[in-house]
Design a protein around this ligand. Structure first.
Ligand code: 3PG
Ligand code: MG
Length: 402
């Protein structure tokens, strides 16, 4: 059982460290998608309202253990201030003079954000003793830890794992919500249960396919990874993404699906282009005829076709549970956004329980203009939710379990 703060704990004046995942996309110093910041608000507000001195910590991007202005959390502090409707104090370091100073002068009910944790070598070090040293320095800042960075619970990093062992630690609201959803996808899901997988690499999804195959009724495959499936069926895929070394594995999935009575649905048609570009020439062909397109062996598949989009949408609409991870095509280019848009639309319209995995699919939903409220849940963790669905143990959750 995950440890959570009991409703009657007295936090007034306590220094509460909150590990969030505020790793959001930035462009010219502005947050372009604040989904993860908004998802972190319930915990932050609750602690603030209980009179705690709230100290928020997070990583952003992958700086290499040293300060790097492009990965500063300062723009996040600004956005967080706007969303909270009050000034968030910002420390320009994590365990240095600025952080100590800001925390020493923090008032009950205030919120302070420290600079990017990954500016310190110890945060993401492979060496556990280095992580422990950094975690101890962080632990000095607080009386207790609320761990709420769901998107990063699959990482064994100082603030996610070691820190939670050093302080009394509890799961926050976001982690609790995300877990409830994931449990609904894995423990007695309402049927029919459909999983839609896309994204570029099949090698990233092997674990999740393996673990979910025995649980689902339908598995729909799109995105770059579909070409390895098509190649496994004996089709030629031109210059489309292909992981040759995974073909045998994929053949295994195809026969396993048959044995289990799972409907594994591959797209009947594909949008192929002459190159990977927004202004590429393109046409739709049957999946078995990619090289018979006018681009011949140079054809590169960039989206599922309209027949496939409508087949996928139909399957989603009649399902009682749907989980989707990974775009169906290169949705960043309008000509190749249709498959992803139709899948997103079907998830937004189905009466079934609809869950969008994090990462690219969450970004796609927002970029394509869907209302977040149309889905039952949009996860804040791409890698984390996939690893959970693979059945892996996640270090950041393990450490919060009694
Ligand atoms: C993410 O965006 O995937 C999480 O914030 C974790 O970041 P990471 O993949 O750089 O560890
Ligand atoms: Mg990631």
């Amino acid at each position: 059982m995950l440890r959570t703060l009991s409703a009657n704990s007295d936090l007034h004046g306590k220094r509460v460290i909150v590990r969030c995942d505020l790793n959001v996309p930035l462009e010219s110093g502005k947050v372009t998608d604040d989904g993860r910041i908004r998802a972190s608000l319930p915990t932050i507000k609750k602690l603030r309202d209980s009179g705690a001195k709230v100290i928020v910590i997070s990583h952003l991007g992958r700086p290499e253990g040293a300060p790097d202005e492009k990965y500063s959390l300062l723009p996040v502090a600004k956005r967080l201030s706007e969303l909270l409707g009050e000034e968030v104090a910002f420390a320009s370091d994590t365990v240095g003079a600025s952080a100590k100073d800001k925390i020493a002068s923090a008032q009950p009910g205030s919120v302070t954000l420290l600079e990017n944790l990954r500016f310190n070598q110890g945060e993401a070090s492979k060496d556990s003793s280095e992580r422990e040293v950094f975690a101890k320095q962080l632990a000095d800042h607080g009386d207790l830890l609320v761990s709420d960075g769901f998107g990063v619970v699959h990482r064994k990093q100082a603030s996610v794992y070691e820190l939670a062992k050093l302080l009394p630690s509890y799961a926050g609201e976001l982690i609790s919500t995300e877990l409830k959803v994931l449990e609904r996808l894995t423990i007695n899901p309402e049927r029919p249960y459909t999983v839609v997988l896309g994204g570029s690499k099949v090698s990233d999804k092997l674990g999740v396919i393996e673990n979910l195959l025995p649980k689902v009724n339908k598995l729909l495959i799109g995105g770059g990874m579909v070409f390895t499936f098509l190649a496994a069926m004996g089709y030629k895929v031109g210059k489309s993404l292909l992981e040759q070394d995974q073909i045998e594995k994929v053949k295994g999935f195809v026969s396993r699906a048959k044995e289990l009575g799972v409907e594994l649905v591959l797209p009947k048609d594909i949008v192929v282009a002459d190159k990977f570009a927004a202004d590429a020439r393109f046409e739709t062909v049957p999946s078995s005829g990619i090289e018979a397109s006018s681009f011949g062996q140079d054809a590169v598949g960039l989206d599922i076709g309209p027949i496939a989009s409508s087949d996928f949408a139909q399957a989603i609409l009649v399902s009682r549970t749907v989980f989707w991870n990974g775009p169906m095509g290169v949705f960043e280019f309008e000509s190749f956004a249709n498959g992803t848009r139709e899948v997103a639309r079907a998830l937004s319209e189905t009466k079934g329980f609809s869950v969008v995995g994090g990462g690219d699919s969450a970004a796609a939903v927002r970029q394509l203009g869907f209302s977040e409220n149309a889905f039952d849940h949009i996860s804040t963790g791409g890698g984390a939710s996939l690893e959970f669905l693979e059945g892996k143990s996640l270090p950041g959750l393990e450490v919060l379990n009694d």
